[in-house]
Every structure is written in structure tokens, then in C-alpha cells.
Design a protein around this ligand. Structure first.
Ligand code: GMT
Length: 374
């Protein structure tokens, strides 16, 4: 198939999923064309059958806000024509599904079906805002196919948007060959020269991630035992986290790595992963950690319980309950055999439920179904 993929190219789960999907599809023989304003992070264009088309957003003094949605729709049509695309697959409803809807209308009577994958904040935070709700609902209803990355998000979408059309749940996935314990490149010894356990967090540091809770949890753990905390990513809450680290005099034990490539190499060096989010529709970073045999302490929020099984792959606490999270962390880390055991169970679960080898064929089958119906 010849597939156009649109996503946010920035540091965030939806862009990562879209990019990894494109890479996996190309490896399975499909031609994949990314259409966005910049190449997505994690995309290396060395791979065969992977292409990138830049959306140029022309500005004009009249525009306070250049109309990206329109430039994107125009580029989608252009790529459809030049590359004979079979379909478009857009990730994150706003504004991508609206652009795809415009592109499909412009392409008519030639068929340009489009599939929208809902990722989370496009429904729970941004899409439910009155400014965007009606158009998001409309573009979801008008999509030829719609997928949701968790059962939680499906329920939320049907309810909040009063959607009657079918939506397929196709979960996020991980490449279990790349994400494994074997990816460790000796980084543990670099961060923890005396063999201290390593706690890790990876996100875009937005308020919904509760990054400072990760630092609070670590502070409680560190009060009981030697340990290190590695924070990967960047975003609005980095300053608050840095301040807390200084206030709690933990500068020697906490490492801010910023945005990183090849995160599997870092995750494979961790003993425990912290994802204390207020809400996660899925929690891709937790899944990536699990594949690397790292147990997770997450929250009982949104779709995270579909990914992390409490007491098996790690533990889930209520958002904000740093005391409970720290108790579980100490329990795991003070008995290394328990942590290893949970880490291994986490990988087994990740492979069983969310392995790319199973999820990518589900997307292919869905594409075929939509193409036959369109
Ligand atoms: O979490 C974010 O701020 C980024 C956001 C995105 O769209 O990039 O993440 C959402 O999509 C991810 C990939 O499907 C999910 O793993 C995240 O759980 C989801 N975030 C939220 O629901 C808050």
C-alpha cells in the first residue's frame, strides 16, 4: 500500500507512535509518506520506502496565526496526486483530521480515504474544549476509519463527543527486538558508579505528567536508600523539577538528560520507571520501559491500567499519592530479585499484548477493510 501519515513531529507519544508505525509498515513493504511541517523525531530517512514531505506554511503580516491546517490539506492533496496514495492516516485529531477531510473533498471524485487515530489529549483536554469540540466531533464522524489507542479512550470519545459510529481499538505497540534489556550500553555504571538503583522518567514534562511528583517520590526513596534518578525529556515543568531537586539537595543524584534519541538504550539501564501522570490514555513510555524489563510505578488513571497490571508489572497509585508510590518503589528496590522478577513479568506482558509484530498486522487489516468499504 501507499500510505500518507501525518502527525506532530515534536516530542510526544502520538508522534512517536505514528513514526514507529511508518517505520514498521515500510519494513513490511509499504511505501510510507510522512506529511508534516518537520521530519518527526525518531524518523531516520535512511530506511527504504520512507519519505518525508514538508508542509510549508507561508506567513503574511495579516496572519497572527498562519493557517497551517490549510497548507497541510493542500500538501496532502499534492502528495496524494504525486505519489498515488491509497489512503491517509492522521494521528491526533486536531487539526489533522480536518485537513484530511479537506484533502479528501478536494480529491473527489477520486477516492482519498482517511483514517484518524485518537491519542488522548485530542479528546480529553483539547478536543473537549468548546472552541474545538464541534469540529473535532465532525471530523471524527467524517473519517473513513477511526481508531483509538485504548479502551479507556474509546469510551471517553463515545461519551464526551456523543459519537455513534464504530471506532476500532488498536493499542500502541513496541518493537520488542529493539526495546529489550540487551539494549543497555553500560550507562548504568555511568549514572550509578556504586551500583545504586536507577529510577527513570521519560516524558514531555507537561503538567499532566506531574514531573515534580517523580522528584518527590525519588526524594522519599533517597531518604531511605542510595539511588539515582534519570529524567529524560524536556518541557514546561522542567524548571519546577530543577528547583525541587536543588531545594531537596539532590543535585548529585538527579540527571536531566533533555530530549534523547535511542531511548531504549537508556531505559534498558533502569531499575524502576516512574510515570505519575494525572492522566494517560495509554502511557507509551511505561510500555517501552516494560519491554526493557523495567517495572513501572504509574497511576490508576485513564488507560494506564490497560498497560500496567498492578502487582504484576509494577504498581498503580492514585495520581498525587507520592507516599504510596515511594513505598512501592522502596519495596521493589530494596529487594533486587523482586524488581528483576517484576521486570521480567513486565516484558512478558508487553510482548503478549503490545508487540509490534501483532499490532502492525492489525493496522494493515484495518487499512484493507477501510479501503474495501470506501
Ligand atoms: O502525553 C502527552 O502529552 C502527549 C500525547 C500525544 O498525543 O503526543 O500523548 C498521548 O498519546 C500517547 C501515544 O498514543 C499516549 O501514550 C499518551 O498516554 C497520551 N497522553 C495522554 O493521554 C495525556
Amino acid at each position: 500500500m501507499r500510505i500518507g501519515i501525518t502527525c506532530y513531529p515534536t516530542y510526544g507519544g502520538s508522534g512517536v507512535v505514528a513514526t514507529e508505525l511508518g517505520i514498521e509498515l515500510a519494513a513490511r513493504g509499504h511505501e510510507v509518506h510522512f506529511i508534516s511541517y518537520a521530519p518527526p523525531i525518531r524518523l531516520s530517512l535512511d530506511g527504504e520506502r520512507l519519505h518525508f514531505h514538508e508542509v510549508e506554511v507561508v506567513t503574511y503580516p495579516l496572519f497572527d496565526h498562519p493557517p497551517y491546517t490549510l497548507a497541510l490539506a493542500t500538501k496532502m492533496l499534492e502528495v496524494f496526486e504525486s505519489e498515488s496514495l491509497d489512503l491517509l492516516h492522521v494521528h491526533y485529531a486536531i487539526p489533522h483530521s480536518v485537513s484530511a477531510l479537506l484533502a479528501r473533498s478536494m480529491a473527489a471524485p477520486r477516492g482519498l480515504p482517511f483514517i484518524t487515530t485518537l491519542h488522548g489529549t485530542d479528546i480529553t483536554l483539547v478536543g473537549s474544549n468548546r472552541s474545538y469540540l464541534p469540529i473535532t466531533k465532525f471530523s471524527i464522524e467524517q473519517s473513513d476509519g477511526v481508531t483509538s489507542i485504548s479502551r479507556y479512550l474509546l469510551g471517553k470519545t463515545l461519551k464526551e463527543f456523543d459519537i455513534k459510529r464504530p471506532i476500532e481499538v488498536i493499542p500502541n505497540f513496541v518493537n520488542c527486538d529493539l526495546y529489550s534489556r540487551a539494549a543497555d550500553k553500560g550507562l548504568a555504571a555511568h549514572w550509578a558508579p556504586n551500583g545504586e538503583p536507577i529510577l527513570m522518567h521519560l516524558s514531555n514534562f507537561r503538567p499532566v505528567k506531574r514531573l515534580t511528583d517523580a522528584v518527590e517520590i525519588f526524594t522519599l526513596v533517597r531518604a531511605k536508600m542510595p539511588a539515582k534518578l534519570v529524567l529524560i525529556g524536556d518541557g514546561p515543568d522542567r524548571g519546577a523539577a530543577e528547583y525541587l531537586v536543588r531545594k531537596n539537595k539532590l543535585e548529585k543524584d538527579v540527571f536531566f538528560l533533555g530530549k534523547q534519541d535511542a531511548v531504549y538504550q537508556k531505559l534498558a539501564a533502569a531499575d524502576l520507571f516512574l510515570l505519575p501522570s494525572q492522566l494517560e490514555s495509554f502511557g507509551l513510555a511505561a510500555l517501552e520501559a516494560m519491554a526493557c524489563e523495567v517495572p513501572v510505578i504509574g497511576t490508576n488513571a485513564g488507560g494506564m491500567p490497560e498497560v500496567v497490571e498492578h502487582g504484576v508489572d509494577g504498581y498503580l497509585v492514585e495520581p498525587g499519592d507520592v507516599q504510596a508510590a515511594a513505598r512501592y518503589a522502596i519495596q521493589i528496590l530494596s529487594r533486587p530479585d523482586r524488581g528483576r522478577e517484576m521486570g521480567k513479568a513486565a516484558r512478558v506482558d508487553a510482548k503478549k499484548k503490545f508487540c509490534a509484530n501483532d499490532v502492525i498486522p492489525a493496522y494493515e487489516a484495518y487499512y484493507k477493510r477501510i479501503l474495501s468499504e470506501a
